[in-house]
Ligand binder design. Sequence first.
Ligand SMILES: Cc1cc2nc3c(=O)[nH]c(=O)nc-3n(C[C@H](O)[C@H](O)[C@H](O)COP(=O)(O)O)c2cc1C
Length: 171
Amino acid sequence: MTNLIVFFSRADENYVCGVLKNLEIGNTKQIASTIEGLIPADVFEIKMKTPYSKGYNQCLDEVQTDLRKNKRPALENQLSSIDGYDTIYLGYPNYWGTMPMAVFTFLEQFDFTGKTIRPFCTHEGSGFGNSLKDIKKLCPTAKVEKGIAILGSQWNMATGEIESWLRSGGR
Ligand SMILES: Cc1cc2nc3c(=O)[nH]c(=O)nc-3n(C[C@H](O)[C@H](O)[C@H](O)COP(=O)(O)O)c2cc1C
């Protein structure tokens, strides 16, 4: 079985235990690295050509505007194909109840027929929101598993949970 870990994550300013801090590595990227340490997988980070602002509040506004416009932001990097992969671990933060629009851009590029998607989401209280429904809409021929939702600011306490999720086949 060949695995691919695909994720979007933002470093910079974010809330940690109620306080705004500058993070060098985003929460979802930390989880992606944990998964990478536990299973054999290739890794692809989805990056926007024009990233969101480093400031948390500006970023909130920019994301809301993109969401309202149902935007598909251009990506800085491209994955040539997903043909060689059976299972795709798809990671993203919950942004206003769904995925970052850059993840929409990514998913719309490929045919997921015969692929299994195992979503992992970081959030600050709302879990997956509508994101699982949105993945199913964007990838109607994929098998989309239940996935795992992790409190982003507590990413460093999630290793045990991730291990058992991986052991259970991602369900
Ligand atoms: C623009 C934006 C919108 C967010 N919307 C939500 C939300 O609706 N629900 C929630 O629980 N957390 C929300 N969060 C918190 C993030 O999901 C959380 O901090 C996540 O771990 C960030 O992941 P990252 O560091 O990998 O980018 C939001 C954060 C940002 C920056």
